[in-house]
Write a protein that binds this ligand. Sequence first.
Ligand code: ZN
Length: 465
Amino acid sequence: MRVYPRYPRREALAAGREEVARSRSSALRLCPDVSCYDAIRSYARFVRLIGTRRTFEFRIKPSPPQERRMEQALEACRFVFNWGLEDRKCLWQYCQVSTTFEDQSSYLKDLKRIHSSLQEAHAHVLQDALKRVDRAYQSFFKRCRSGARPGFPRFKGRSVYSSFTFKEWGNGASFDGKRLLLSKIGRVRIRLHRPIEGEIKTCTVKRRADGWYVLFSVVLQPVWRSIDERDPVGIDVGIQTFAALSTGERVPNPRLLTANANRLRAANRKVHGRAPGSVRRRKAVQHLALEHQRVARARRSFHHCVANSITTRFGPIYVEALRIQALVKNRRLSEAISDASWGLFLRILSSKAESAGSAVVAVEARGTSQECPECGAAAKKRLSDRQHRCTNCGYTADRDVAAARVILGRGLGRPVGEGAGSHRLPAIREPASQTTRRSVTPLGPDKSEVMVGARGIEPPLSCDN
Ligand SMILES: [Zn+2]
């Protein structure tokens, strides 16, 4: 099992080295005949640094003048973003020169002199808009290099650009008693419905359909946890059953889009029935946005409930490495797949598992539903066959549960039929090279092309079973 935790590599390495140095003697005692490097690897099986970056979201209640100033700041950021993108495009088109974030930031002063409206926003907020251009470029070329065909970064319209970020807490954004003090905006009322853990690093103000929010990105103190000894579980996600567990449990799919189809359709019709540019149309658009937000929140809440139930009961979690973008191209299933939002669910599951000291690991997806979990024989099924019946050994089970058991077997890297379900992580002395694991991909929280995939960070402390 390779685990890519979510934290900056340098910090983790430093913390890991320190921890290993402290416990090297005990690790060496466990494996007297291995080199120091092996000792570190062996030690890394027992402890893992828990991810340290989290986001806390709170509602804010700006006064009407404050709201106006926030809109102005958004508009200024959008202008700078679009300028930065155009600057890069033109420089390349006419001079074949590529520029950097630092270079563009040094132009901000001149830009402010020409466009006085930019003075309405804090300097860091504008720099962050340029940083977003830089990030868009970086990820575009990164995906090009990996063989994907991404879309080129686009200019942002008013309705798309909806947030601005203070990149340094305490500089432009801070707490002033019970209120949030934002530079050039004022003392904004905030509903602190829960305590903020950790140290606040950045502060993002975001406009949503139902009002304004603030998002604090915090760094939590790294925690060392022993690798948990709880039973592993395999999960098969699907459309009929949202998630089938290798233990035999099945979570039904709530199909929220279908359940709310009438309301969404009515709201949509209202928008299209009203004259473009009219006040009534704007109100209808607002209503439609609220309806979509309601569905999205219900879905998110459902995902959190399911993920919570799984991570509190099981240790390592094995899932299929799904190529969701490829699956969505299937016209008949695309809506149902988007509605289920497996990608979002797996990200939530991954984050919760990390907090619980466990991990989500993706295994090769090919043919998980066409194999018998008991004997490993091929068991051909069409999508409409809901039962797994093995002609070789006679094992009968629900189709999705059988697939979940195959996934678990693949994740544990054992020949099938060894009673998947009562497995513990291997003992420390078992050499890493002897396992016969099939391709295992780590799960990352970002939306990479395969959804489950390269985070671009090397695992500082990888655990190879
Ligand atoms: Zn069988």
